[in-house]
Design a protein around this ligand. Structure first.
Ligand code: OOG
Ligand code: MG
Length: 262
């Protein structure tokens, strides 16, 4: 095995261990300063390969850092993508903190696809005609890096901080409402903590999927039918604690609420 491949495999194994145990680690760029963004996506993929060997299944993709607010809060200035597995989906209205490090929650709009999306030059029209339905969603991010602090390479390798996600119970037609105009308000224990609109996500959440197809096409990958896509945080992420009650009002896309338990 080439030295570089060996190193990427070793780093992936290290990150995977921390992802499984839910324990903090140092940035990988401290020991490996020459890693590129391409290497980081390869490490991300190797971690998911490990998860699949344990019986997990990939169910979708997420885009991250698609809004200015999010980019500024973590100091990384470009969109990134990550992979979602079935195990990450929270199917009850309770987020258990067990196994998480320093979770933060953020409102997102999710798409579920009915057709494969593959290519370098897809347009919003292509994405709409491949969309089965949309859902309000909340992503729970939980960077494995100490103090939630990382560079672009670090965060990409750590699966774009993916940890858990919750999808609303009510699906909507993709044409239900203009997604750039959807106003979202997030309350924590009854107090408003964040607000934003769909336009915060690259001008319109559909553009996030256009970008995702372009980015994964470089690796020869596509979005498969049935997959869910989280288009990126509409507001900044909020730290959550045991006993919190979180309610997100997505206006015409309804409300999503859950409790946080230790
Ligand atoms: C990276 C993940 C960002 C989003 O929606 O912007 C993300 C991070 O902030 O840790 O999921
Ligand atoms: Mg997110």
């Amino acid at each position: 095995m080439e030295t570089k491949t060996l190193t990427l495999n070793q780093i992936a194994e290290h990150i995977d261990t921390h992802q499984v145990k839910g324990t903090e680690m140092d940035k990988i760029t401290i020991d490996h300063p020459s890693l590129t963004v391409e290497d980081a996506y390869e490490i991300q993929k190797l971690c998911i390969d490990q998860a699949e060997l344990r019986g997990e299944t990939m169910v979708g993709w997420k885009m991250g850092l698609t809004s200015k607010a999010k980019q500024e809060s973590v100091g990384v200035k470009e969109p990134i993508y990550g992979r979602l597995t079935k195990k990450m989906e929270v199917t009850e209205s309770v987020l258990k903190l067990n196994g998480l490090i320093h979770p933060r929650v953020e409102p997102e709009i999710a798409f579920v696809m009915k057709k494969e999306l593959k290519g370098d030059h897809l347009t919003p029209k292509d994405i709409w005609s491949a969309t089965e339905f949309i859902l309000p969603a909340v992503e729970i991010i939980d960077s494995r890096y100490r103090n939630f602090s990382f560079t672009l390479v670090d965060v990409v390798a750590d699966n774009a901080s993916s940890s858990k996600f919750i999808l609303g119970n009510q699906a909507y037609s993709p044409f239900h409402t203009s997604l750039s105009d959807v106003n979202v308000t997030m309350k924590q224990n009854g107090e408003e903590v964040q607000k934003g609109s769909g336009a915060a996500v690259l001008g319109h959440p559909i553009k996030s999927i256009v970008e995702l197809t372009r980015m994964i096409n470089k690796e020869g990958l596509s979005i498969k039918p049935g997959m869910v896509i989280l288009t990126g945080g509409i507001t900044e992420a909020v730290k959550v604690f045991d006993g919190d009650d979180i309610t997100v009002d997505f206006g015409p896309l309804g409300k999503l609420s859950f409790e946080v338990k230790g």
